[in-house]
Design a protein around this ligand. Structure first.
Ligand code: NAP
Length: 254
């Protein structure tokens, strides 16, 4: 599908992978709606790329629905929807203080999995009603963000890995179901990328993780994620799968 002239929605685009994606899509001619938890971050990103900024918590379906209504009324039906909103959580199942960690587990699932599902659900409903765009009958593309932790989660990542595993697992059934509407669904599972989320990692842990990144042995650059989003949108045969974007890394145990 072409990008030029399309309406795109990028969640979590106030920062990191989402911001790089919003920038790239805008540069390629899309009208981009930036969704983020923070109104100021959404507006700052939107001002930079000439898009619109909307504050919405993706784990609140009513807020996501209101945001999509506004985007449809202001721009048009979104044809490219990229979910980058997410939280990185680290919590052992059994922390030393003996507390239960069920609330932290629920929060990770609410934002990372339910939030991604809500955006996909609301976006697909809008796309399904829109006109096909090409000879294949394409109506839109949805790209969700998993993580390499969906396969090789480290100690402390049970909740995060479960949430990202859900994102990866729903990709194929979603693509199969939405095929009749001409909507593709893909997921990207990044390794370690240089963003606000990874900025808090202590140096020793960062160095340890980088030892498990064969080549190139460095953190990913957010625009490399955005370039993969571009390739997915532009390549019609990419559908129903999760692509690891990780320089052949397999995360160590801790
Ligand atoms: P980031 O720089 O922290 O960006 C995430 C953005 O999502 C932030 O702007 C954040 O807003 C927003 N957000 C958080 N919760 C939200 C919610 N409930 N509703 C709407 N927006 C929300 O992190 P990133 O590294 O770009 O992460 C993007 C995605 O990639 C995440 O899903 C993450 O799990 C995944 N990922 C990242 C890496 C990595 O190494 N960076 C690796 C694998 C996967 P606030 O800043 O206001 O909280």
């Amino acid at each position: 599908m072409k990008i030029d002239g399309m309406v795109a929605v990028v969640t979590g685009a106030g920062s990191g992978l989402g911001l790089a994606t919003a920038r790239r899509l805008a540069k390629l001619g899309a009208a981009v709606a930036v969704l983020d938890l923070s109104q100021s971050a959404a507006e700052a990103a939107a001002a930079e790329i000439g898009g619109i900024g909307i504050a919405a918590d993706v784990s609140d379906p009513a807020a996501v629905e209101a945001a999509f209504d506004k985007i449809e009324a202001t721009l048009d039906t979104p044809r490219i929807v990229v979910s980058c909103a997410g939280i990185g959580t680290a919590s052992r199942i059994l922390p030393r203080d003996g507390s239960l960690t069920i609330d932290a587990f629920a929060k990770a699932l609410n934002v990372n999995l339910l939030g991604t599902y809500a955006v996909m659900n609301i976006a697909a409903r809008a796309m399904a009603k829109a006109e096909p765009l090409d000879a294949d009958g394409a109506r839109g593309v949805i790209v969700n963000t998993s993580s390499v932790a969906f396969e090789d989660g480290q100690i402390g990542q049970a909740a995060y890995s479960a949430s990202k595993g859900g994102v990866a697992s729903m990709t194929l059934p979603a693509a199969r179901e939405l095929a009749r509407f001409g909507i593709r669904v893909m997921a990207i599972a990044p390794g370690l990328f240089e963003t606000a989320m990874s900025a808090g990692l202590p140096d020793d842990i960062r160095a340890e993780i980088l030892k498990s990144v064969p080549f190139p042995s460095r953190m990913g650059d957010a625009d490399e994620y955005a370039r993969l989003v571009q390739a997915i949108v532009e390549t019609p045969m990419l559908n129903g799968t999760t692509i690891r974007l990780d320089a052949a890394a397999r995360m160590p145990i801790k």
